[in-house]
Design a protein around this ligand. Structure first.
Ligand SMILES: [Zn+2]
Length: 222
């Protein structure tokens, strides 16, 4: 990396700015199988540990490269692969339910893409149905799917919003996330008490009264 590139990287630092809603992926992102990826990452992570000076032959450390590689591919970042997207079946709104539905305190387990450190917190999602309604647990599954990628919180919020708007065929969706970023609490500024709130919405939620009704429904865990 050139010096000017490094300077730019330092300047961008912790600003966590990104202007694209899609997660930036290489064209060949899914050419390799999960098994091939785990094997490759295992080798690279072993190298990182060795560069740090760790004795990889030690009993306690020898399995770490494999554990980390498997955790990345199968757990923390399973949501990178569209093949893992939950099936979001919808139903006709046969009851004619026309007011707000809120699914609150959905656990967020994500990782920031600038430091690969955890982002943990809660998502609160609301929508006002038109012709379609969705199974409640599907909202949790969708949040989980998008959270399990290297993320920035703003983009996570938008990805959930846009997907639900498309799936439910209505703009009237709101997504609020309140999360702690370990890259803020455990390094850098080391602020242990701050959290980050993002709110994105469309349709009826553009109306302040409707938005306030959503906020009044919430009984957040923290
Ligand atoms: Zn970060």
């Amino acid at each position: 990396m050139k010096n000017t590139d490094l300077e730019l990287l330092e300047a961008i630092g912790d600003s966590h700015y990104s202007d694209n809603v899609d997660t930036p992926l290489r064209p060949d992102a899914f050419v390799k199988s999960d098994k091939e990826k785990i094997e490759a990452i295992q080798k690279h992570f072993k190298k990182i540990m060795e560069e740090l000076g760790l004795d990889i032959t030690d009993d306690s450390l020898s399995g770490t490269p494999y554990r980390v590689a498997k955790m990345y591919v199968k757990e923390l970042f399973y949501g990178l692969n569209p093949a893992n997207k939950p099936k979001l079946s919808t139903f006709n709104n046969k009851y004619g339910y026309r007011k707000m539905l809120v699914e609150q305190n959905i656990s967020i387990d994500s990782a920031c893409e600038h430091h690969f450190l955890p982002i943990t917190g809660f998502a609160h999602v609301g929508y006002i149905p038109e012709e379609k309604v969705i199974g409640l647990s599907k909202i949790n599954r969708l949040v989980n799917y998008y959270a399990h990628r290297p993320q920035v919180q703003e983009r996570l919020c938008l990805q959930i919003l846009k997907d639900l708007q498309e799936t439910l065929n209505t703009q009237s969706v709101i997504v609020m996330i309140n999360a702690e970023h370990l890259c803020v609490s455990s390094r850098g500024i080391k602020d242990k008490t701050s959290s980050t709130i993002t709110v994105e919405y469309g349709g009826a939620f553009e109306n302040t009264e409707i938005r306030n009704e959503f906020l009044a429904c919430l009984n957040p865990i923290e």
